[in-house]
Design a protein around this ligand. Structure first.
Ligand code: PRP
Length: 208
């Protein structure tokens, strides 16, 4: 018999949260928040863990520091963080998307160029792998604006349906990585709390 009262899971806002909730209920964990609730957390109970709803990049921070036992976050953000202080313990069939290089034409840049992105590390690694010279303009959202307003002709951003790129007349030039939601755990809690492993098993069984 597991005791979930003290177990906390951090969940990334936005596309992961939207796609997760119906399937969380299928996994028979309680989700006591109203659909449009602005509440950012609920406590654990004997039936399931408590949850905290945070911005994607903060999921790993909460897990690494032990404020959450387990987290649900995109693999893009795990790679971007590049941290050794969390464990990736499962993959979920949720929020499947890709990180792409996009621009106003499908032509790959040849000379030095500017690229706007919230993925500094992923962009840097991509540039290095392809021997491309570029300066990265750091933005934290609304990347699609950058080429339109003359800030940077290229962007590295996440694409799911492609609709946002289309609406801004941008073209995918190259896929840099495929991404999906995954489960991460605090290493010490993963070893010490059997409930964390039980939650992983239940979520992976229902959401893989
Ligand atoms: C991402 C991305 C695009 C959009 C792509 O933003 O930056 O704007 O989703 O999705 P699509 O291909 O289905 O149109 P997100 O909504 O995750 O918000 P963010 O800018 O805060 O990351």
């Amino acid at each position: 018999m597991f005791h979930y009262e003290d177990i906390r899971i951090a969940i990334g806002k936005g596309r992961i949260l939207e796609q997760l909730v119906p399937r969380w209920l299928e996994a028979k964990f309680p989700w006591p928040l109203e659909p449009k609730s602005r509440q950012l957390w609920f406590a654990g109970s004997h039936q399931g863990p408590g949850a905290m709803i945070v911005r994607g990049p903060d999921v790993a921070t909460l897990v690494a520091r032990g404020a959450a036992d387990i987290g649900i976050v995109g693999t893009d953000l795990v790679v971007e963080r590049g941290a050794q202080d969390i464990l990736q313990v499962g993959d979920l069939d949720l929020a499947r998307c890709r990180v792409v290089l996009a621009g106003m034409s499908e032509k790959r840049p040849d000379g030095p160029f500017l690229v706007a992105s919230k993925y500094q590390r992923i962009t840097r690694d991509f540039l290095q792998r392809h021997h491309l010279q570029a300066d990265i303009v750091p933005l934290s959202g609304s990347l699609e604006l950058a080429p339109l307003i003359g800030l940077a002709p290229y962007i590295v951003d996440i694409v799911e349906t492609g609709e946002t790129l289309r609406q801004h007349h941008l073209i995918e030039i190259e896929t840099i990585m495929l991404a999906h939601a995954c489960l991460i755990a605090n290493p010490a809690h993963w070893r010490a709390k059997p409930e964390v492993v039980a939650i992983r098993d239940r979520l992976v069984q229902h959401l893989a």
